[in-house]
Ligand binder design. Structure first.
Ligand code: HEC
Ligand code: HEC
Ligand code: HEC
Length: 441
């Protein structure tokens, strides 16, 4: 069941009437709130981090490798011992929006509470009812954190929270800032529950996001550092490296299915779509797209991308003398075609694709080395795979072909050396499928 079945007014009426006491809810009210809460959980991507294949839904246990050791996402099922069954609604709200555990310890910001601080009281209430009444308890502990004493003392995290995470009051004030009506809902979903900035915004020295909403300026969503080897692109109106040239429908289709005429999702974006955005209503996806299209360029000096036919003309005339062109013809053109336009949405275009033109070539090199699988989605059931080339092509050949596709068809990004490819080989990400987040279908 989806949120769309219940009006917002009805939901808030129920929430206000019953003032948050789960045990007093009548059966029909509970089921409406559970449906609403399930939708909020999907809009917030909770299962991307709290559900691991082989353990129960929301039973946690996903490993996050930090420089000081590993931590594991918590079991957030209503099991009273291993999960959050003993949490009151106030304690739940504090954990999700302020990063404080029931026992008072500060959570690591791998849990995106600086964004969740923006979630409304109504959404938090529905989320709480869903986790208490709509999720199966799983009596299974998560592995103990692997951080050695004294670094395991969570005191520094309290300082981090105080400095870098907004209070709920401050966050709500920013949510309620003056915004055109057409983008208010989209701003809420992207900046709040969707926590898009957790990946797509640059981070500072203490790994804090440099901007948590568009009200703090154009660094917000201007592109983040590589996560698990993949570089989140700019979601602002940046030419070549961002969403300039994408239409509202392009963005909606990408968030609903992971594919469109401009590119295909891989890395962490596949998870964000699989667990999150594919479940949202069309109305909400359009709201998010409208909001993204309203974000001014962070790098206004970049020139617009225009298709340049010369590489295609040369390849089609049998001239593969450009650096990397021969590797491209032999290994890539069958799917991505000599004109670089691919067969969208099955095989993505490489011409004009923003992921090819960011300064950091890590995504491209990793996609070519390790391959990528886009699983089927609700509205686009076929899965597509790009083969892995690390055992087939040398580092020099990968450098050559990546250099070729970064330059051909009007793309204009800097060349990549074999030394860079060698270096990136060491940090090759595990393919998403093997990480166990996404079941193969
Ligand atoms: C990007 C990953 C990520 C997402 C998304 C995420 N969490 Fe978490 N969450 C974590 C991690 C990691 C921890 C454990 C942090 C720690 O031990 O300091 C955690 C801890 C928690 C805790 C503390 C429980 C306890 O007692 O240990 C709660 C409650 C929680 N998450 C709820 C949620 C809810 C509800 C959502 C969706 C609205 C959500 N989380 C989304 C990563 C995530
Ligand atoms: C876990 C990290 C992560 C989260 C969370 C995330 N993204 Fe992404 N996103 C990425 C990565 C990595 C890429 C680049 C790979 C690709 O194109 O799929 C990307 C690419 C995209 C693209 C395609 C851009 C292009 O130039 O091809 C869009 C659109 C997008 N994200 C929107 C969003 C929105 C909207 C949200 C929030 C609802 C979001 N992302 C949340 C990691 C993330
Ligand atoms: C069998 C068809 C096939 C072949 C051959 C192939 N690819 Fe791909 N490629 C794909 C598919 C499918 C995706 C999308 C994968 C995903 O999103 O998970 C993709 C994605 C990519 C991407 C990321 C772009 C995006 O928007 O997702 C790049 C870059 C890329 N391929 C480059 C290459 C290069 C370079 C070669 C040759 C060395 C190559 N591909 C060979 C099918 C192929």
């Amino acid at each position: 069941m989806k949120y769309g079945l219940f009006t917002r007014a009805a939901f808030f009426g129920v929430a206000a009437l019953l003032a948050g006491s789960v045990s007093e809810l009548r059966a029909e009210d509970t089921s409406a709130l559970i449906a609403q809460g399930k939708y909020v959980a999907e809009a917030s991507d909770c299962s991307a981090c709290h559900t691991v294949r082989g353990r129960g839904e929301f039973a946690g246990g996903m490993e996050f490798k930090l420089p000081i050791g590993s931590i594991y996402s918590s079991n957030i099922t209503p099991d009273p011992t291993h999960g959050i069954g003993a949490y009151s609604e106030a304690e739940f709200s504090r954990a999700v929006r302020e990063g404080v555990r029931r026992d008072g310890a500060s959570l690591y910001p791998a849990m995106p509470f600086p964004s969740y601080a923006r979630m409304s009281d109504g959404d938090i209430h529905a989320l709480y009812v869903y986790f208490m009444k709509g999720v199966q308890p799983v009596a299974q502990a998560v592995p103990p954190n692997g951080i050695p004493w004294p670094l395991s003392i969570r005191l520094p995290m309290s300082v981090w929270r105080a400095v870098f995470s907004p209070s709920v009051v401050a966050a709500q004030k920013d949510v309620n800032r003056s915004l055109p009506d057409g983008i208010r809902r989209g701003a809420y979903l992207v900046e709040g529950p969707g926590h898009c900035g957790a990946c797509h915004s640059p981070r500072g020295m203490a790994l804090q996001e440099k901007a948590l909403s568009n009200s703090s300026g154009s660094l917000f969503l201007s592109g983040g550092a590589a996560i698990d080897g993949f570089v989140p692109t700019s979601l602002r109106q940046d030419q070549r490296t961002g969403l300039a040239g994408w239409s509202e429908d392009d963005i909606v289709q990408f968030l609903a299915t992971g594919r469109n005429r401009r590119g295909e999702a891989f890395g962490g974006m596949t998870d964000a779509i699989f667990h999150g955005t594919q479940h949202l209503t069309d109305a909400d996806l359009h709201a998010m797209a409208r909001y993204l299209l309203s974000l001014q360029s962070h790098q206004p000096t970049l020139s617009a991308w225009h298709y340049d036919p010369s590489a295609a003309t040369a390849l089609q005339a049998g001239d593969a003398s450009a650096q990397g062109a021969k590797v491209y013809v032999d290994h890539c053109a069958a799917c991505h075609r000599s004109d670089g336009r691919g067969y969208a949405p099955a095989f993505p275009p490489l011409a004009g694709n923003p992921v090819l033109m960011s300064d950091d070539p890590a995504s491209l090199v990793h996609v070519v080395q390790s391959g990528a699988v886009l699983p089927g989605m609700i509205k686009a059931p076929s899965a597509f795979a790009m083969p892995a080339y690390s055992g087939i092509l040398s580092s020099q050949q990968i450098a050559d072909v990546v250099t070729f596709i970064r330059k051909a068809w009007g793309n204009n990004a800097a060349p990549v050396t074999a030394a860079t490819v060698e270096e990136l080989r060491k940090s090759a990400p595990e393919p998403t499928i093997q990480k166990g987040i996404i079941p193969l279908n």
